[in-house]
Write a protein that binds this ligand. Sequence first.
Ligand SMILES: [Mn+2]
Length: 551
Amino acid sequence: MQGSPSTDHKKRSGDPIIDTRKPSVPSPDTESTKITPIKGGWFKKAICGIFGPERAEVHNPDSKAVGQVTEPWSVLRDIFPMDDKAVVARLHAMLAEKDAAIAALQQEIHRLSNDIQSSTKVARREHPMTPVIHVVEDGGATVQNRMGRHASVATSNVLSNIPSQRTDELCPRMINMFKAPLDFVDYLKSPRFARDILRLAKRACPIFENEPRCLFLQSPAYVFGDIHGNLEDLNFFADNIWKLGVPLTAGRFLFLGDYVDRGMSGLECIAYLLALKIQNPEKIYMLRGNHELRDVNGWEEHYGERSFLWQCRDRFGEEMGIRVWEEVNQVFDRLPLCGVIDHDVFCVHGGIPRPIPGSNNRIQDILMVPSVAGVNPPNELETFETQQVASDCLWSDPARGDQERYLDDTGFGESLRGGGAICFGQKAIDDFLEQNQLSYIVRGHEAHAEGVSISKGARVFTVFSTSKDHGQGNKAMAGCILVDFDQIQVINRSVRYKNKFVHKRNSISLAGLSGSALDLRAKLGLVVSPEHTDEGEEDFEEYEDGNDGKK
Ligand SMILES: [Mn+2]
């Protein structure tokens, strides 16, 4: 240990003569600091700083006396035979050393905060090589070619050693079906489509079950509201937002729920979305809406042929239909309840949940909901609290202006929907955003002719991604939101955008088809009656109170 700081110190402490050439500022790990902790006033600290703590203790065993001294220079001269200049020089040296230590610490703080930023803002990802080139053909279709035909031997060896990707046709089949449903009319009515949906459901269940009930996502992210079995509008987004397909489009796609009921193509929409999820589990995210509940999507008496259960039974027959309905509902039981983009934008189907007594963190409350939950009706894993949190996420609405004065002191009140559904007012919104350091709430659940609407002091976006079946008239638009770094953009489908799939029964394009072929297409949602109009159409309401626009 020769030459170490502690050895030096032992030598010096036996020597009464002060060595002015070597300031003995104690380093944090010397023995002296361990043995003689510095206490007392500024004067004693200064002496300790200049001469080392052992000197202060040797010459001034009574620290109280030192602390009371009012003339430091004279006392210093009494204690140590040094002139003023030497003391000032020592003080300067000490200050320089402290400044250097502070600068080093500031640099360390800077380095650590950079570390924190880089690890929280941009998570490290891996980028395994895909030995494929996507070639965009005339008309927009993409074809895959092998990469590296002209590469060096070494590069070719690397590329050819990459294990080939799974050649499962299930998801590509669904995606092709969705792009051109009129070419798949027979398939869509066949038991094979039913079996394919069962396979999709089986593969989707563990993916959703393993996701947290609150997803934490990074932008860019597109957010979509209610789909409600509207193949036409979902195709509009596919053709414009992910034109080359989801794998070739940057960013994430977050769907806020309500995939089935009300529209005629619930099976096509959910099959397509599940295929996208299975194919792109880190890009496609799906939340649960109130229609992803057995009590709602099994309500045939209310929704008739626009009920998801009715469509399953009608398409595949009693036994297979109910099996498909149940297996898809098993997937719904596992859907997450909300998502937060960039730790700033809260996304949910209905709205924010009421606080749970004894808890002060709503995101934690949501994360506590079991990863398999029936909600309506609940399963044995669910408590009253988790059922309430999940129900609120799925069902609630922002309070309308005239409802604000009927809310309780937490800012929540009864919804016009009735049946235990709640609404949240300005105070509830402000508290929730403040407590979780969030800026906006993005939700679906309420139809708007303008696609995306904004309310509650510009804190709440309501996004609706189907323009039909909600009594919003023939001028209604479907919309979505893009959260892109520091910007939020709204993208709507114009009413003038040309419809590709859904035709009136008497249109020229269908002239060659027989009556039964037309009926079949009508059941898939691809043909509507000539007098079909969304204008003033009666709007259904889940709960007994009638309320236009609620879905
Ligand atoms: Mn809804």
